[in-house]
Ligand binder design. Structure first.
Ligand SMILES: [Zn+2]
Ligand SMILES: [Zn+2]
Length: 369
């Protein structure tokens, strides 16, 4: 990817520009000097103190997920309130805040019926409508970030928590946990989690927290398998050397798993997830698919097996972020082992290279503007 050489900048106290990672086209995200955002009614501007790169950002970089040229990328912000627009109450400039990757308006039909991620921005429903940062509006890989519907989305960070302890809650922990929550994991369940990337690892931790007796991780990378055990997997099966469906059946005395969480987004893993669950079991899908997704009739008992297939987009909003921060604060969940690399914003090109090519055992990178 192209990364512009930073020009010497004279930033005075009143400077209204900032540095940001801007999408210019496929394989071209670079750091530019752009105008700083200003908050309108109901909005806030935060000074970003920590962010990260998501797998989705890599799809954007490669041109596989279309966004407009000139968009600032990134959707995982931790920061300090810099400016508040009119109408925001209960916050002050200087408050440390976490903002979820999904920023529901809190007022539309989708939000008010509990489907915050499918937010319709004031009315109705819009599929994936809650995902705005680095998708339809400027994102978090920048020095400053405009937060829409700030009253619903600024989650104050407890003093006891560091930025690195909370940055992964914005997306991957919220998404991973939601795989277990939407799957309605019960005490005593056997749960299979397909792929132990950052989201799958959080799904593994989430299944354990929900009360699973046994969590079976599916992962071919030995390093990720080690981290999976650390995050709560009791067994990790290598799909390159093991017939995972047969092995899950063997481990469950022929019954099959209660819940399978799909965290990769491939036909193969979706299908294996379905083949792993017992009749009446649940496939909880987190993966992002492209093309056509097929359900083979025999794995699905021809549609008569009481199977449930559920999908979830990362839950956002301040209430969700508050819940996740309490889990970290009370020592119930520690996302920090997933941060393996750290870069300043100016070197985000290197961060994209390491993260997108999975170099050097990388799981997640921390980006400090
Ligand atoms: Zn993401
Ligand atoms: Zn809404």
């Amino acid at each position: 990817m192209a990364v512009a050489t930073p020009l010497p900048e004279v930033q005075t106290a009143g400077s209204r520009t900032m540095r940001a990672a801007v999408f210019h086209g496929p394989n071209d995200i670079r750091i530019d000097t752009v105008p700083r955002p200003q908050p309108g009614p109901g909005e806030a501007v935060i000074r970003v103190t920590l962010t990260t790169i998501c797998g989705t950002d890599v799809h954007i970089l490669k041109g596989e997920y279309p966004v407009r040229e000139g968009l600032i990328v990134g959707h995982e912000p931790v920061g300090v309130i810099d400016e508040l627009g009119p109408g925001i109450v209960g916050y002050e400039v200087g408050d440390r805040v976490l903002v979820g990757a999904i920023t529901p308006c809190g007022q539309c039909h989708a939000c008010l019926s509990g489907h915050l991620s499918q937010c319709g921005h004031g009315s109705g429903f819009e599929a994936i409508g809650g995902w705005r940062f680095g998708n339809t509006i400027n994102g978090a890989q920048a020095e400053y970030l405009l937060v829409p519907n700030a009253q619903a989305n600024l989650a104050k960070i407890p003093e006891t928590l560091t930025d690195e302890q909370v940055v992964l809650l914005a997306d991957i922990a919220s998404t991973g946990f939601s795989g277990a929550e939407s799957g309605e994991v019960r005490i005593g369940d056997t749960v299979v989690v397909f792929a132990q990337g950052p989201i799958g690892l959080c799904a593994t931790a989430g299944a354990k927290l929900m009360g699973a007796a046994r969590v079976i991780g599916i992962e071919g990378d030995a390093h990720r398998a080690d981290v999976a055990r650390r995050m709560g997997a009791d067994v990790v099966l290598d799909p390159t050397t093991t017939d995972v469906v047969a092995e899950v059946r063997r481990l469950t005395s022929g019954m099959g798993a209660d819940v399978a969480i799909e965290a990769l987004g491939l036909q193969e893993t979706f299908e294996s997830a379905l083949r792993c669950v017992r009749p009446g079991g649940t496939v909880s899908s987190l993966g992002v698919y492209s093309g056509k997704l097929e359900v083979p009739y025999e794995a699905f008992a021809a549609g008569l097996g009481d199977h449930r297939i559920v999908t979830t987009l990362c839950p956002g909003g301040k209430e969700r972020m508050g819940r996740l921060m309490r889990m970290v604060e009370m020592g119930r969940f520690d996302p920090t082992p997933l941060i393996t690399h750290r870069f300043p914003l100016e070197e985000i090109g290197d961060a994209y290279r390491v993260f997108s090519n999975r170099l050097d055992g990388v799981l997640k990178v921390a980006i400090r503007p």
